[in-house]
Design a protein around this ligand. Structure first.
Ligand SMILES: Cc1cc2nc3c(=O)[nH]c(=O)nc-3n(C[C@H](O)[C@H](O)[C@H](O)COP(=O)(O)OP(=O)(O)OC[C@H]3O[C@@H](n4cnc5c(N)ncnc54)[C@H](O)[C@@H]3O)c2cc1C
Length: 414
């Protein structure tokens, strides 16, 4: 189908593989997450055994080549997996955001052969879980202002610092960590693959969050953590670039997930509008309700198109900061609007735990903050439009999707 239309421009049909991914992740999420998610959310508990099941399902390395233990599927498949997980609950999509997006894809993009061979198979198989530690108590939107430090002593880097608001710290064995060697904004920053077992690593969970309560958000401290020299990711002065390129992966998964969150809200709203009656008719027949439903339909369609375009750009191996940021900004705001409308359509019941729409709202609201707040995404869009930013080739470009190469199992050809 695609071959036929390649010369005449974009096409909007999911491939048979994408449809299969959609169906299998949906079945998985409905069977393994949906029945218990309300309880996990209310208990503010992450159900860790789900990680093994996600690994068995092939979700933890879906868009990494088969020879590195991944699923060998393209980046649209990654967005679809995120969408289907977040359709049930955001907490489980966040696992794909940090583990697949921010860590695996970043190692795949920036890692040298030894790093890819050593880390990707244990990550894609779920043998080890990972997360991304950029944010600190006093540095979020301005990560160049972070305070963590590193110094080279012999064959080891010694890393010190405190990372805050980090997803899945408690469940993670491996951290992608950013710290300054020299006090030069951007260029002084280094990126490291840090294993918990290296020593000096402590972590904990944050409680009383507004959303993603069925998942983990926490802190992690590094106190004189010795990191082997070979675990520096990228060249020494590329740390900040690695951090930003990682966000191009993470934000994309957030956008894909937000489409799922928005769809869940619309599904719930439509169902309720077809059941609830006022003034002798189903509320779906009132025009104000129809207006809210229609606005959500248009939000979802646009969010999906932005996300697919970002995925298409990634598949081509192009720098995609602008496209990905736009998708993340639009899709997460759209998801908040859709959840808000779903609550309104449910009336008082939307304001309770009897229906899932309040949980949807609490969950999707966070996505307008993490991986760069939506104010930061606006700044990115404006700077591109004004000509202050432009895409420049990176030393390590985002890996282009190559179906034949990615499907090869031959590990000799790493
Ligand atoms: C649930 C959750 C999970 C997270 N997971 C991770 C993770 O796994 N790893 C990680 O590293 N981080 C993670 N974060 C942190 C997240 O990325 C940061 O919270 C985010 O980047 C914003 O930083 P901040 O909270 O310090 O806000 P601040 O930077 O203090 O911003 C405060 C406000 O000021 C606005 N603002 C800041 N600068 C400007 C500007 N120049 N112009 C206009 N407005 C501006 C912001 O948009 C915001 O509204 C997570 C956060 C949450 C809530």
């Amino acid at each position: 189908m695609y071959e036929q239309f390649k010369e005449i421009g974009p096409h909007f049909e999911l491939s048979e593989t994408h449809k299969m991914v959609k169906q299998s992740v949906r079945e998985f999420a409905e069977a393994e997450i949906a029945p218990n998610v309300k309880e996990w959310d209310q208990a503010h508990t992450f159900h860790r055994p789900i990680l093994k099941k996600m690994a068995e399902q092939g979700l933890l390395g879906i868009s990494i080549p088969v020879k590195y233990g991944g699923g060998g599927l393209d980046y649209i498949a990654l967005a679809i997996a995120c969408e289907e997980l977040e359709r049930i609950d955001t907490s489980f999509r966040v696992i794909l955001s940090v583990h697949n997006g921010l860590v695996c894809s970043t190692i795949w993009q920036w890692g040298n052969m030894e790093q890819k061979k050593k880390y990707l198979p244990i990550l894609t198989s779920g043998e080890k879980m990972s997360t991304y530690g950029l944010t600190e108590p006093a540095a979020g939107s301005d990560p160049a202002g972070l305070k963590a430090t590193c110094r080279l002593e012999g064959d080891e880097w010694i890393v010190n610092g405190e990372k805050m608001w980090i997803s899945y710290t408690e469940s993670s064995d491996i951290f992608l960590v950013f710290a300054y060697e020299i006090d030069v904004r951007h260029k002084g920053m280094r990126a490291f693959i840090v294993e918990r077992d290296f020593g000096g690593v402590t972590s904990g969970n944050l409680h009383h969050k507004m959303g993603v309560k069925a998942g983990e958000t926490g802190w992690v401290n590094f106190e004189n953590t010795p990191v082997p020299k070979e675990n520096l990711l990228g060249l020494p002065d590329e740390g900040f670039k690695v951090a930003m390129a990682a966000l191009d992966w993470g934000r994309y998964t957030v956008a894909g997930g937000a489409v799922g969150g928005a769809k869940a809200s619309l599904e719930a709203a439509v169902k309720y509008a077809n059941e609830r009656e006022t003034f002798g008719k189903k509320i779906g027949h009132h025009q104000f309700i129809q207006g809210m439903i229609a606005e959500s339909v248009s939000d979802i369609e646009a969010a999906e198109l932005f996300t697919w375009k970002a995925g298409w750009t990634k598949n081509l191996g192009r720098v995609n900061t602008r496209e990905t940021s736009l998708a993340k900004w639009y899709a997460t705001n759209a998801a908040v609007r859709c959840a808000d409308r779903a609550i309104q359509i449910h009336g008082a019941y939307g304001f309770s735990d009897d229906y899932p729409v309040a949980r949807y709202y609490r969950n999707v609201r966070g996505a307008t903050i993490y991986e760069g707040t939506n104010e930061i995404q606006k700044i990115i869009q404006a700077r591109y439009a004004l000509g202050y930013y432009e895409d420049k080739p990176l030393r390590c470009m985002p890996p282009k999707y190559d179906p034949d190469e990615w499907a090869k199992e031959d590990t000799d050809k790493f």
